[in-house]
Design a binder for this molecule. Structure first.
Ligand SMILES: [Cu+2]
Length: 490
């Protein structure tokens, strides 16, 4: 079999790269794996899995990147993609891929209608493509799978920031390589703010905290082990690049911007005392109204902004952010711990109204998309949309500019969860399994989860840039196995 790198160089664009092991169900509550990390066998017979203590290191916050220069209309940034080494397994160093040496990469803070131009320099030894997930950007800056920066090269990406406030995600999208490139660390947050958001009395500054969640498989030497579709062995949970960290908080309200940056893990988050989160935002920005919920479900690529109020807890309280009910090991049922260690003044509040979304338009075109992958354990398993694996040179969906469309997307698998992400556009979820969605899916979305047998109806208006953009399952391994298509607008 071709390696993934040589497959890319040879222009092979279909799912030749499938892995085995898909017979292990990964549904909620499935007994996929009840062993601990210490007992897991290795697939390769190499070093045994790492043993990493939980709640042993503090949470770190990614640095905020300063522009290298500014003009009246534009902020200019320079980012270098490079390898770096970080301690995750105690006493060892893990090689990771980074933006600017930081794991995860630095956060970029952008303003509505103020352009950002980011020069991305590739000092890695594989090709990359930089995608602004959730961003409405011109085709040449979208970071599409074949628009690559080769090793030693550089490219300027221009982001107009002509959309609502939102927590966006910069990550790699190189065809057939994105799964491994993101797994190895090519992730950054991109926070787009606007006047409406800044006028709200939400927790801000040091009380506005990103939480980038993901999993990984580490061996005892500290190596980050990558195998395609290896969802049963990525049993270390990282938050902002730290394994199961603790975070010392004041007894007051915090705003958390939670991103699931995993390759394929779906998180279903709860606080250990069942206290509710106040969800204020989702993929495309703030919700119209806060939504109080004890459970946050996030598939890869989805974001949730929540407020947690620690003011009711005595100093000394330890509150665990847990991930119960999802398949995995006992270790993956824990995410991080909040330690309430001090008091602080709190003038923030969560208003009853967070803004108004444009009313949904009427769809004039209906389309259906069926997501399916081989899950019988065959060698060379592939993944499909409407029975086709991805071909970078094929247009799957032609859209007239200005049209509003209703897309029905179904997961036809028995075991494998999927999700569905479109580039360029934010959409509305009109239905989930024939019913109105819950309020966490009631705002602007760019990624929607689909457990086996589920179906969603998405309302999408294509009135922005013309050009060709992909849509795909955002379980990166599935995208790399072919679950991706191209739409052409205009
Ligand atoms: Cu999928």
């Amino acid at each position: 079999m071709l390696s993934r790198r040589s497959a890319l160089k040879a222009g092979v664009t279909t799912g030749l790269v499938g892995g085995a092991g898909l017979l292990v169900p990964y549904l909620p509550h499935a007994a996929a794996d009840t062993t601990g990390t210490t007992a897991m066998p290795t697939a390769t017979g190499a070093a045994p899995p790492a043993v990493i203590p939980q709640f042993g290191v503090p949470l770190t916050i990614p640095p905020v990147l300063s522009p290298t220069s500014t003009s009246a209309t534009t902020d200019y940034y320079t980012v270098t993609m490079q390898k770096a080494y970080t301690e995750i397994v105690p006493g060892t160093k893990t090689e990771v891929y980074t933006y600017n040496g930081s794991f995860p990469g630095p956060t970029i803070k952008a303003r509505f209608q103020r352009r950002a131009v980011i020069k991305q320099i590739n000092n890695l030894d594989s090709s990359v493509s930089v995608h602004l997930h959730g961003g409405n950007v011109p085709q040449d800056s979208d970071g599409s799978p074949m628009n690559l920066i080769d090793p030693g090269g550089a490219k300027n990406y221009t982001y107009p920031n002509d959309q609502d406030n939102a927590t966006l995600w910069i990550h790699d999208h190189a065809h057939h390589m994105e799964s491994e490139n993101v797994y190895r660390g090519l992730t950054s947050l991109y926070l787009l703010s606007d006047d409406l958001e800044r006028s709200l009395p939400l927790p801000s500054a040091e009380y506005d905290v990103p939480l980038i969640l993901r999993d990984g498989r580490f061996d005892a030497t500290g190596k980050l082990v990558y195998e395609l579709d290896d969802h049963t062995q990525r049993n270390t949970i990282l938050v902002n690049g730290r394994p199961w960290p603790y975070f010392q908080v004041a007894a007051r309200k915090y705003r958390f911007r939670i991103l699931n940056a995993s390759n394929s893990r779906i998180f279903s988050l709860k606080l250990s005392d069942n206290t509710s989160f106040i969800q204020i935002g989702s993929d495309g920005g703030l919700l119209e109204k806060p939504y109080t919920t004890a459970n946050l479900m996030l598939s890869p690529g989805e974001r949730a902004e929540v407020v947690i109020d620690f003011s009711g807890y005595p100093l000394g309280t330890q509150l665990v952010l847990t991930n119960p009910g999802m398949p995995g090991t006992p270790e993956t049922g824990q995410v991080m711990r909040f330690d309430v260690t001090r008091t602080a003044v709190d003038r923030s509040s969560v208003p009853d109204s967070l803004g108004e979304l444009a009313p949904p338009q009427t769809a004039t075109v209906n389309r259906t998309f069926v997501l399916r992958m081989d899950e019988d354990g065959r060698q060379g398993a592939a993944a499909y949309i409407n029975d086709k694996t991805y071909d970078a040179n094929r247009i799957d969906t032609r859209i007239d500019w200005g049209t509003t469309e209703l897309w029905t997307v179904t997961n036809a698998n028995q075991y494998a969860p999927h999700n569905f992400h479109l580039h360029q556009v934010q959409f509305r979820v009109l239905e989930r399994n024939g019913k109105a969605p819950t309020p966490d899916e009631g705002g602007l979305k760019d990624t929607v989860r689909l457990f086996p047998g589920e179906s969603v109806k998405l309302l999408i208006t294509f009135d922005s840039y013309e050009g060709t953009y992909p849509y795909h399952c955002h379980l990166f391994d599935h995208g790399a196995m072919g679950m991706m298509g191209n739409m052409q607008m205009g």
